[in-house]
Design a binder for this molecule. Structure first.
Ligand code: AMP
Length: 194
């Protein structure tokens, strides 16, 4: 029943649900989910005022270092949902070749790298994008500098693991499989496998 004593209509119900959803969202911040100050500042600099649904669900768990499988659409903020916990762990334990993000396409790899760089600009994070269609020697030189984060398409990464002297993933602490369904189906762009 609505407050007036009238039977509650579908519109009343929707209004109530939206009000509840909004009030919950307002209370939750990156800080309240456990994100450290310098990274909260990076989010604020990007004008991210509130965490998105996938961020609210995953950040508290991922920040504890637990494994996560997430399902969220493109544009839902899923990149930051994995980038923030990785950057926070990197702040705690600065290590070269700390995280690997596998992604099915070159385009996605560059987009992911941009977000890592934007969120990690205040902490000096170094990323390398390892994808097909780009000069392999230049990439080998980038890997030799031992970036903190490697964002790669699978085919080119395997190429470097087999042929680039001194490059290994032994120090890795975090592995992300972005769009894992596509990666596991080996359904990535032909050129990214080259
Ligand atoms: P993604 O789903 O990772 O491809 O993210 C899509 C877009 O959402 C990116 O351009 C991000 O800059 C943006 N974004 C991520 N998190 C937030 C947030 N909490 N608030 C506003 N925009 C965000």
């Amino acid at each position: 029943m609505a407050e007036s004593g009238e039977p509650e209509t579908t519109v009343d119900k929707r209004e109530k649900e939206e009000k509840e959803a909004n009030s919950t969202t307002e209370e939750i911040s990156f800080r309240s989910l456990g994100v450290t100050e310098v990274l909260c500042e990076a989010c604020a600099a990007l004008n991210w005022t509130t965490p998105t649904a996938i961020q609210r669900e995953s950040l508290p768990i991922a920040l504890k270092g637990k494994d996560i499988i997430g399902l969220a659409e493109t544009g839902s903020g899923k990149t930051a949902a994995f980038a923030l916990p990785i950057l926070q762990a990197l702040l705690d334990t600065p290590t070269r070749l700390f995280a690997l993000v596998l992604t099915p396409t070159r385009e996605l790899a560059f987009q992911i790298s941009e977000q890592f760089e934007a969120l990690g600009s205040g902490i000096g994070v170094k990323c390398a994008v390892i994808v097909g269609g780009v000069d392999i020697i230049t990439q080998a030189m980038a890997l030799a500098k031992k970036p903190h984060i490697v964002i790669a398409t699978p085919g080119r990464l395997v190429d470097h693991l087999e042929n680039t002297k001194g490059f290994s993933l032994r120090t890795l602490r975090y592995l992300v499989m972005d769009e894992a369904d596509r990666i596991l189906n080996m359904d990535f762009e032909t050129e990214s496998a080259s």
